[in-house]
Write a protein that binds this ligand. Structure first.
Ligand code: ZN
Length: 117
């Protein structure tokens, strides 16, 4: 049953107009969709997509972009984030090893020894 927003009369599920007063009726799903669209903050959607790809689309209830599911774009971001993390870790470890090698080499050379570089 759909309740008329104007007079409160109960109307059939698929009625477009109230049988009592003739007001336009909205089904519950149409009302929810309208509410959701009004609720969404475009700046928040942009920031979400900036930080975590696809999350802004999920926030906007957009399921696919260019035929790709929004969750797949989110998955791509997770893969990218994990790869970047391990790449950063590897570069960091390599840099630390080089620092130790240069430090030890300078120490040995400072003592008049050959060092290893
Ligand atoms: Zn009515």
């Amino acid at each position: 049953m759909v309740k008329c927003p104007n007079c409160g009369a109960e109307n059939g599920e698929n009625s477009k107009f109230c049988k009592i007063c003739g007001s336009t009726l909205q089904t519950e799903t149409q009302q929810t969709d309208t509410l959701h669209q009004q609720d969404k903050n475009p700046a928040l959607a942009a920031i979400l997509n900036l930080l975590v790809w696809g999350s802004g689309y999920i926030y906007l209830n957009i399921n696919t972009i260019l035929g790709v599911p929004s969750f797949a774009i989110l998955g791509l971001w997770i893969v990218w984030a994990v790869l970047t993390h391990f790449l950063g870790l590897a570069v960091g470890i390599l840099g630390t090893i080089l620092s130790v090698v240069f430090a030890l080499d300078a120490y040995y050379k400072g003592q008049g020894e050959a060092g290893f570089l």
